[in-house]
Write a protein that binds this ligand. Structure first.
Ligand SMILES: NC(=O)c1ccc[n+]([C@@H]2O[C@H](COP(=O)([O-])OP(=O)(O)OC[C@H]3O[C@@H](n4cnc5c(N)ncnc54)[C@H](OP(=O)(O)O)[C@@H]3O)[C@@H](O)[C@H]2O)c1
Length: 331
């Protein structure tokens, strides 16, 4: 039975876990009841900061906490499958940070456990739930730009990462494709509402042994294309464009906190959609989790599990040409 307030547990205490809990203030029917870290002092510090009543010194204690309905997984990519599966085995619903996991094989295992345990599971691909994304999909569905022929998107960040940090650390599933490339590949998947028949990728493997930057060209039926770039040590403008047979759409700053989308239909005046975003916008995906749980859905129609699996297959294909393996590839 779903309660009036849905009770969240936070698995890990890193940077995005803080932002996520901050943004839950914009979801009135959510409450954070517990947090877990690998270390009691870290869990206590996080709980004190956010006023969370229960704090656990192991992730499994959180998975087995009877006061928790949904667990938010915010560990490094290499641990998403293991952590999600443990929580679902204990009967918890799960919102798992992007990238969903490291390999399509892991995604298959996660989805199988969700089905077996009859719990909700969703990848936290936040971009998809922003008001701007909904508006863009409406424009596309109304046929305003005709048939989509080309999608172009760029997601870059210039970080000064240390080797042990997760971002570029292959042991933790780091690298630009899984960390930020997922956004542009997920965006193409959202816009085309189907998967490419072919993906080619180029990745530059840098001094930490993972891809610092890369590019992919996705080819769809009828020759439609997505041209996507991603990087973790490159300063860039993060924009997305959708080009159709009758017009085009531009979304500035899509992959941070997007507030605008611009529609230009051939021969007509530009239309601008604008909507401010609360906090960092992590709350919109939580509304979707709550909506699904209250409707008795075990997956989100906006971010279906089969799509997360297909995206992982595409990511596997994109990184085939560059010559490094994650530890998870062996499993
Ligand atoms: N949606 C977004 O906008 C967004 C933005 C940034 C990141 N993310 C995603 O969120 C996830 C976490 O990213 P983050 O930037 O928050 O990472 P982070 O700051 O490095 O935090 C990760 C946390 O995972 C836990 N952990 C467990 N095993 C670990 C290990 N072997 N090494 C390091 N940490 C370990 C740690 O918590 P304990 O010490 O408490 O166990 C750590 O604080 C990633 O999947 C990332 O792609 C999403």
């Amino acid at each position: 039975m779903i309660r009036e307030k849905i009770r969240w547990g936070i698995l890990s205490t890193g940077s995005i876990a803080h932002s996520f809990v901050d943004d839950l203030q914009y979801v009135p029917d959510a409450e954070v009841v517990a947090v877990a870290s690998r270390d009691q002092a870290t869990a206590d510090k996080f709980a004190d900061k956010h006023n969370i009543p229960k704090r656990h010194a192991t992730y499994s204690a959180l998975a087995n906490d009877p006061d928790v309905d949904v667990v938010y997984i915010a560990t490094p990519h290499s641990m998403h499958a293991e952590n999600s599966i443990m929580c679902m085995q204990a009967g918890k619903h799960v919102l798992c940070e992007k990238a969903f996991c490291i390999t399509a094989k892991e995604a298959e295992r996660m989805i199988a456990v969700a089905g077996k345990k009859q719990v909700f599971l969703m990848e936290a691909l936040v971009t998809r739930h922003f008001p701007v994304s909904h508006k863009v999909l409406q424009w596309i569905d109304r046929g305003l730009i005709g048939d989509i022929r080309i999608v172009q998107a760029n997601r870059c960040a210039r970080g000064h990462f240390r080797p042990q940090q997760r971002h570029l650390n292959p042991q933790l599933g780091g690298g630009s494709l899984l960390d930020v490339g997922i956004y542009v590949v997920g965006f193409a998947s959202m816009v085309y509402r189907r998967q490419p028949r072919r993906a080619v990728g180029y990745g530059h493997v840098g001094s930490f042994g993972s891809d610092e930057q890369g590019a992919t060209l996705l080819e769809y039926e009828n020759g439609a294309l997505a041209v996507l770039t991603f990087a973790l040590r490159t300063e860039a403008v993060n924009e997305a464009y959708i080009y159709g047979t009758k017009g085009h759409i531009k979304i500035p700053n899509l992959f941070a906190v997007p507030t605008r989308a611009l529609l230009r239909v051939s021969g007509e005046k530009e239309v601008v959609f604008e909507q401010e975003i609360n906090g960092k916008g992590l709350n919109y995906q939580v509304h979707e989790v709550h909506r699904c749980l209250r409707a008795g859905l075990l997956e989100s129609p906006r971010m279906p599990l089969d799509e997360s699996l297909q995206i992982m297959r595409t990511l596997d294909e994109i990184r085939t040409p560059w010559a490094f393996k994650y530890p998870n590839d062996a499993q």
